[in-house]
Design a protein around this ligand. Structure first.
Ligand code: HEM
Length: 373
């Protein structure tokens, strides 16, 4: 998509798409501006009714809800996961070590975040497969080869969400009776004044953690791997200086952002970049394009592992800034550190042509077959 982004930035960074009836924004300044301005740009984009999910809420409800869930999703609760994430990464690599080859997505970056979040939510190990299946069905995108219609896909997602709701309902009731130190118990404890999270809010938050956290983290690790493999000098540096890995991951987030765009709706008439956006019109902000804007990032199309400063927008900006960013960063750092430590001479498998996942919203790869020693 990067050539299209460059062309659109050169043409002013704002464009109205007649077909979709939506505005597209591409420059850093415009994207940053819209994400920062919740008073004029609403996150309630799906139209009808009150949003039940944090990510689709506006203030004042957003502030209240986020205040409650942040009490459970703290830096401390995430730091507690370090040992477990290291153990999970090691287990996944143990399974492929002897064969000298693997698919980084299938064998490593895909299972890792699902197992981590399942454990954090207190899902018992014997339910893990069930859980993975629901989580997959929930974020499945249209696959032209399947012959499935858009309607059927939506139905299938509703069904998966229904099954997950029932399952989480039981987990929540169980934790109410036997509280522990897991995320669900912490969510039940959270309160502001006398207010606790009610059952619909608890359920929709558990679901959001799966939708927002799994595929994105899989793609962060996968995109970083592809980017390192394409830049052998950087890869050699990372082997020699693993302390550079966190900065290289930030650069990878900028360079190949797992989420390329977000939607907003104008609350009132607004003038932006010399154009008039009317109240209620849809706006799509392309962080993937903003993150390649030369006016913010010199040599934006180059991957510079220790780029500084690096104020990319891959986790969003403003009041909805990704709540899971500390967890995603931790998982990716542990995963990539373990990968480089255990797998020397990492290379793309011979004759492989990488294929991207379908759709323009997410940036990731279907599979990343590699060899190593
Ligand atoms: C919000 C990206 C991982 C949970 C967001 C937003 C972005 C984003 C761009 C802003 C949405 C908006 O403004 O409309 C990413 C990326 C990730 C990642 C690129 C991985 C590399 C995670 C993880 C979790 C998570 C691991 C939790 C387990 C959330 C939640 C929100 C959010 C709950 C909503 C926050 C709010 O509305 O206040 N994420 N995310 N994310 N993310 Fe992430």
């Amino acid at each position: 998509p990067f050539e299209w982004y460059a062309e659109m930035r050169a043409r002013g960074g704002i464009h109205y798409d007649e077909e979709r009836g939506a505005w597209d924004l591409f420059s850093y300044e415009l994207v940053h501006g819209v994400l920062s301005d919740y008073k004029r740009f609403s996150s309630q984009t799906s139209g009808d009714g009150e949003a039940v999910s944090l990510i689709g809420m506006d203030p004042p409800r957003h502030k209240q809800y986020r205040g409650l869930v942040s009490q459970a999703f703290t830096q401390k609760s995430i730091d507690m996961q370090v040992d477990r994430i290291e153990a999970i990464a090691a287990e996944l690599l143990d399974a492929v070590e002897d064969q000298g080859s693997m698919d980084i997505i299938r064998d490593f970056s895909y299972p890792l975040p699902v197992i981590v979040i399942a454990e954090m939510l207190g899902v018992p190990a014997h339910d893990r497969e069930l859980f993975k299946d629901w989580s997959d069905r929930l974020v499945a995108s249209a696959d032209p080869a399947s012959g499935q219609t858009a309607e059927e896909l939506t139905m299938a997602k509703h069904q998966a969400a229904g099954e997950l709701y029932r399952y989480f309902g039981q987990v929540i009731e169980e934790r109410r009776r036997n509280p522990g130190s897991d995320l669900v118990s912490e969510l039940l404890r959270a309160k502001i004044g006398d207010e606790h999270l009610d059952m619909p809010s608890l359920l929709s938050f558990c679901l959001l953690l799966l939708v927002a956290g799994n595929e994105t983290t899989t793609n962060l690790i996968g995109n970083a791997a592809v980017t390192f493999l394409e830049n052998p000098e950087s890869l050699a540096r990372l082997y020699a200086e693993p302390e550079l890995i966190p900065a290289a991951l930030e650069e990878s987030l900028r360079f190949r952002s797992p989420i390329q765009s977000l939607s907003r709706r104008a609350i009132e008439d607004v003038e932006l970049g010399g154009k008039l956006i009317k109240a209620n019109e849809e706006i799509v902000v392309w962080m993937g394009a903003a993150n390649r804007d030369e006016s913010k990032f010199p040599q934006a199309d180059l991957f510079i592992p220790d780029r500084k400063p690096n104020q990319h927008l891959a986790f969003g900006q403003g009041i909805h800034f990704c709540l899971g960013a500390p967890l995603a960063r931790l998982e990716a750092r542990i995963a990539v550190t373990a990968l480089l430590k255990r797998c020397r001479n990492l290379q793309l498998a011979e004759g492989v042509k990488l294929e991207r996942t379908p759709g323009s919203f997410v940036f990731g790869y279907e599979s990343i077959p590699v060899t190593f020693t």
